[in-house]
Design a protein around this ligand. Structure first.
Ligand SMILES: *Cc1c(COP(=O)(O)O)cnc(C)c1O
Length: 468
């Protein structure tokens, strides 16, 4: 395969992509293969001789496609959506054709300057104050790790990177049980230790950290000789959409001079709609906020927006400048590799530029408002059915429910219902635990979902439950 052959196969791929999306409703949402089925069809050793493209593509269709779970399926109601919009996919194709390494300003000035502008467009779109700067990270997990490292270095007067943690006091970070597992991993990797991630009890309909308990935990830790460094709050936790009270959490943080990072990986996209911003009231007081346009907004994985009050604190933590990375004579330019953990960076901002121009904020708001309204309506319909109960009310477009029958082990019943639904393939749902019990999650967020798809979800759930 040479570049001269690219138009032929590129056109094939463009047509394939359009057909795939046009016919996607005919496919089972979750892949129906068994473990080992795909690898058994892949030769154990690599080819010595070049093989023709048409053979490679035929194998792609017959071997790979059955092993794909269709995240772009309009009846994908599992996890959270991971939307690919055609405009952003097109941008990705252009980026891939050039494959620039955008670690420094001079290694592609357009990528850096586009990133600065796009992050500020997003900042305005979600109405963060103008004292926030930002950077595009590969994932929310990386943004959270960068935030945890920043809170650590800030509290250690920038000595952790230099001297390690052995001679320091034991560090403490605070969060609830509603946060994503990426927080646990950031704590491990930052050398803080899982034992020093202090879980604060939650209360209220949004399962927010009890900030009195938070304050008390910090005071007790200080008295016991620990060094509290920061708080990780969430807006839209992964399990059930729990939301901390950002205003009072930040007030506690300010009082103790701690750093606050807010993980809004999923829910942040909805903040382009003013009516949802009450969920993160007080966000202007946070030090660091992350959300994933690659989830709900349509810039396909990966593109995570990380906003920070003080880029100086972030770059003081992460920047490393060997001679070969210096950009002589170009002072005043931004080198975004100093703002993130990997050195290399893709030109992700182009996806945002295409997306925001092709759909406009208003177009994206219509999509998100529909998803939220449809989820609320489905929860109301299920709640009215005698055999179903809503376990956690909708937060934006996410709620949890359970199938209830008397004298049955409900965890087992709901696991069986979930398996039967996903084996059926018309819709895809996943589970979470609430108070130690298995419940079924429903979220809608896919770009192409319609009211009909939500009605199908209701019908499938009721129909399959009746067969158990
Ligand atoms: C999805 C999600 C994450 C992880 O996002 P990645 O970009 O895959 O690292 C973190 N936190 C929350 C609340 C999420 O929903």
């Amino acid at each position: 395969m040479q570049w001269k052959d690219f138009p032929k196969w590129g056109k094939w791929a463009a047509n394939w992509a359009a057909d795939y999306h046009a016919n996607i409703r005919k496919l089972p949402v979750r892949s129906q293969v068994k473990p080992g089925e795909i690898i058994a069809q892949l030769p154990a050793s690599p080819p010595e001789q070049p093989q023709p493209m048409d053979e490679i593509i035929a194998d792609f269709e017959s071997i790979v496609m059955p092993g794909i779970t269709h995240w772009q399926h309009p009846r994908f109601f599992a996890y959270f959506a991971s939307n690919a919009s055609p405009a952003a996919v097109l941008a990705d194709n252009l980026i891939t054709a050039m494959a620039p390494q955008c670690m420094l300003w001079q290694t592609s000035p357009a990528a850096t300057e586009m990133e600065t502008r796009m992050i500020d467009w997003l900042r305005q779109a979600i109405d963060l104050p103008s004292d926030f700067s930002g950077v595009i990270q590969d994932s929310a997990s990386s943004a959270t790790l960068a935030a945890v490292l920043t809170m650590r270095e800030r509290a250690l007067d920038w000595q952790g990177n230099q001297q390690g943690l052995a001679t320091q006091k034991t560090l403490r970070v605070y969060c609830s049980n509603e946060v994503h597992t990426s927080i646990d991993r950031a704590i491990w990797i930052a050398g803080i230790g899982a034992a020093n991630l202090v879980r604060i009890p939650t209360h209220g309909p949004l399962r927010a950290m009890d900030t009195d308990a938070l304050n008390a935990a910090i005071i007790a830790d200080k008295a016991a000789g620990y060094l509290p460094i920061g708080i990780i709050a969430c807006t839209g936790g992964t399990g059930t959409g729990g939301c901390d009270d950002i205003k009072s959490t930040c007030a506690v943080a300010k009082h103790h001079d701690l750093y606050t990072h807010v993980d809004a990986a999923w829910a942040g996209s909805a903040m382009i709609c003013p009516e949802f911003r009450t969920l993160w009231d007080g966000i202007e007081d946070a030090d660091s906020v992350v959300f994933n346009p690659h989830k709900w907004l349509g810039t396909q994985f990966d593109l995570s927006a990380h906003f920070i009050k003080s880029p100086e604190n972030l770059t003081r933590t992460l920047a490393i400048k060997p001679e070969y990375l210096k950009t002589h004579g170009k002072d005043g330019v931004i080198n975004y590799s100093e703002w993130s953990i990997p050195l290399g960076r893709r030109f992700r901002a182009l996806k945002l530029w295409f997306l925001l121009r092709a759909y406009g904020l208003d177009g994206l708001r219509v999509m998100i408002r529909n998803h939220v309204a449809w989820s609320h309506a489905l929860a109301t319909r299920l709640a009215a059915h005698p055999d179903f109960e809503i376990i956690t009310d909708p937060v934006l477009s996410l709620f949890t429910f359970r199938y209830s029958r008397e004298n049955t082990d409900l965890d087992d019943l709901n696991q069986r219902l979930l398996n039967a639904i996903n084996d059926d393939g018309r819709i895809y749902l996943t589970q979470t635990l609430v108070n130690g019990h298995l419940v079924i999650r429903f979220q809608t967020g896919q770009f192409e979902t319609t009211q009909d798809d939500i009605d199908t979800a209701y019908d499938v759930i009721i129909e399959i439950a009746a067969t158990l």
